[in-house]
Design a protein around this ligand. Sequence first.
Ligand code: NOJ
Ligand code: CA
Length: 701
Amino acid sequence: MSNILYIILFLIPTSPLTSMELRSPNGRILLDFTLNDGRPGYALTFDGRQVLTRSSLGIRALDSVLLEDRFVIAKLDSSKADETWKPVWGESSEIRNQYSELSVRLRQQGTGFLMVLRFRLFNDGLGFRYEFPQQEELGYFTVTDELTEFNLTGDHTAFWIPGDYDTNEYKYSTGPLSTVDASIGRKAGEIYAKTPIGPNVVQSPLMMKSADGLYINIHEAALLNYPAMNLEIDQESFSLRSHLVPNPVGSKAFLQTPCVTPWRTLIVSDRAEEILTSRIILNLNEPSKIVETGWITPMKYVGIWWELHIGKSTWNYADVANVSLSGTDWDSLRPNGRHGATTERTKRYIDFAAEHGFGGVLVEGWNIGWEDWFGKWKEEVFDFVTPYPDFAVDELQGYAAAQGVKLIMHHETSSSVTNYERRMDEAFGFMKDHGYDAVKTGYVGRIIPRGEFHDGQWMINHYVRVAEKAASYGIMVNAHEPVRPTGLHRTYPNWLACEAARGNEFNAWSSGNPPEHETILPFTRLMGGPMDYTPGIFQITMDYWNPDKTEQVHTTLAKQLALYVTLYSPLQMAADLPESYERFPDAFQFIKDVPVDWDETRILHAEPGDYVVIARKGKGSGSWFLGAITDEERREFRIGLDFLESGREYNVTVYADAVDAHWKRNPMAYTIRTEVLTSKDALNLILAAGGGAAVSIVPTE
Ligand code: NOJ
Ligand code: CA
């Protein structure tokens, strides 16, 4: 009964109301599509509870193309799918894609325009998109507005960051939709481009919880050739409406038929854990375009990075202003004596990576241009191929290769994206010639072409061009400051990770990220894909490096370990300095052991803003790793180990907060205990305020 697709249809063209129902494969979610007086809309229920009341659908375009009314149904199709596919890397080695589909082909009376609404209903939510078939009437058109609504049933608690055309690097706020105030003050001299939208506009993924305990997550999948979607809240009716990022001429997107929009996604459950197990977003993306994927390798890495952010060394080589690629004699500059990316320092990191089994070494500040790299809207900032005089790229290539370590390239574009596009082939060629096969890109500052935004259609196409071009060179990508991900790593598995949220770096030089931050990220930013959060900071207070610094990472040391499990990424940095890890070799062991690719994932306990406890089984291994994190509250968990293979013994190592640990008062106090346990046992974990626990569970033989 539950697997039956219901379609109730009154298909009389002149009838004012046409209604169709579609049920999820397990029958728990019901979509009601309606055409009311020629206007398309939809509503959604979960277990008979209303999630969305009737919400409008439509697109507004230039030249009086209003794709919102006067529609009649030209054709209806329904189908079902149930397939299992294997991602190149990920949280599990297999993903089931099971859904019921309804496609509604609409023809607009008067104009003859065709628009297809395609709905896919999964057991854990809905995806739908607009499709525009090839047609004479609608060839090339400009989208001025998208009318998609999500009409919620109440004043849900939202976990939100301000809507913005340029950045996602905000702290989360939690509270009823009616209290959202996303007005942002600008600070003078702020280096990150920010373009907040308005007091009632927030970003997706938007996580919400209703008063009666429904968890609802709204985002998008397969964002291609279209701007990103923010959500405008009507704070009286609790209706959310799509707010697309504009282009410099004030419209939203230029489209040519045939074409499709990204999928709008809504994940719903009465259990928070099930939001995190949803694979809707990946399932709505196209399979890998890269056929031979053997060269794509998840990895852990270290690098000349945190020492730059804490001010121990510098990206720039000289302390001068107003340099230019062609006008400055770089060899004659006087070095400032604090340059980070020296040959010698890079060798230190290579030695450390080799000794401890890390695949990569990132080096930032290796190339000319950092003296004067942001805030000026300069076109020719970096050339991506000229090292500073003290960075011997050929020598380091041999040195790294001899130790079986890969250097990771850094391309900070300073958001001069036209410059990057002109130089990309040369830059990727340089990488391949020098043994690099992974690049961290960066988009700090305002975009060139001037007037474009980080999340507009032009930049969306740029990020994809980079992933495609990188793939053609056999290069993996980790993008900082790009649009937030929408599952495109299924299609481009060489696009390993993105930043696109407020990462650990903010803890080095700002008010930082509060302890709850990492308990919200899995429910928001990570819904679309992996994040290069850069965990693993052991020296938590910054006064160690500089007595004048009052900043600290808002965490305990044990929580930094747990993040390797709770914040999934195929690319994980051990972000602290080698010197810090050498002071705490017993805790460092967990970072050395934890995998970045998994056969299986179990979300054991989760509540956005409070705690996340996840266990994962390493790919091709019998070992499990568990991470538990909390917000500023101390918490205890008793965890049954019934996910382990029965009849087997495991060496269990628990990296926990010390009894007197506390994220603010005593962040670096931890204990390590080992015991032999089986699937019949349970584990007691005590997490300090702002703390966490990490556990490795390895078969005894
Ligand atoms: C911001 C990035 O998030 C950070 O990782 C990088 O070090 C700086 N930009 C410089 O590119
Ligand atoms: Ca950043």
